[in-house]
Design a protein around this ligand. Sequence first.
Ligand code: UT7
Length: 335
Amino acid sequence: MAVKATGIEIIGVGKYLPEMVATNEDFTKIVETSDEWITQRTGIKTRHITNGEPTYYLGAQAAKAALEDAGIEAKDIDLIVVTTCTPDFYTPSTSCLVQREIGAFGSMAIDINCACTGFDYGLDMVRRYLLAEDGVDTVLLIASEELSKFTDYGDRASCILFGDGSAAFVIRRKKDTLWSSYLGADGSGAGFLVARALKSENVFRKSEEDFDMGMPETKEHLLYQDGKEVYKFATKTLAAAVQKACEKAGITPDELAAIVPHQANVRIIETAAKNLGVSMDKMVVYIDRYGNTSSASIPIAFCDAVAGGRIKKGDKVCFVGFGGGLTYAAVIFEY
Ligand code: UT7
């Protein structure tokens, strides 16, 4: 029996992809690779890349589209949550910059960084705010990522994966609906996906030795990825997280109308489907168009599935992600 709880209602959605597109063919001019290798090993064909537009700008465009879809104004928003691992500044937060851009002055504004799992964690956090019934009734949850900022275009195993983009949901509280979440992290894998911040250097520092943070050497701020380890983690956790979230919701994976997984590699998604015993028809996959846009990949795919009629109002949907941290999360709700 499906468990009914106080959950979420998505009243508007929107996405934004920068205009510029990089094809697999374009990458053959940068690194030794081929369209055939990229397509077969990842499922990716194209990804959108910014032409200098910052992360907050991408997020604000998606937010405007979601507000329009919801038929509400920026002043109606009580809380803005932005998920990003590619902010433009340490401070101000991306959510404050989005707020400035859309004119939602007075709302709360928070950033969260759970890398590719951000949107699932964001949904769970938003639902907990709504549950408190303490002045937060309408929320704008935005995932905005500009991975091209720290992509290492000299590393052929990782640079072909990533793209930029954003998506946003307007969310309200809904009573007696389907909701469950299963979230977790495994910090022992922290060194498998790394993009470093500023080093600890100050005028008073006496030590010449770098503190051993137990992390791999990276090329300055550029993204380092141990693809094989992340792949192993992903194939282990994706199906397990869906299964656990289904158990908590009192349903079986078969009862889900759609599973929207983090779009990292089509082979990871195929393995998850096999482990769950569901057909690939249940999996929402648009990785060929956008590549891996970290926390934005799940809501972008959701927007396309809704626009294409693949997901309809009332459908039982599962979002499932994994990524840097390492982190993993699955949430189930009724659209
Ligand atoms: O959201 C963040 C999460 N990140 C991920 O989910 C990434 C998870 N990992 C993966 O998706 C895969 O591990 C990759 C796509 C990154 C790599 O695919 P793989 O099948 O694991 O390839 P591999 O690393 O085992 O490399 C196989 C071969 C190697 O050549 P040799 O040593 O067998 O001669 C690589 O050098 O493929 C080579 N290779 C390439 N060849 C052509 C690696 N990248 C490329 C490339 N083009 N772009």
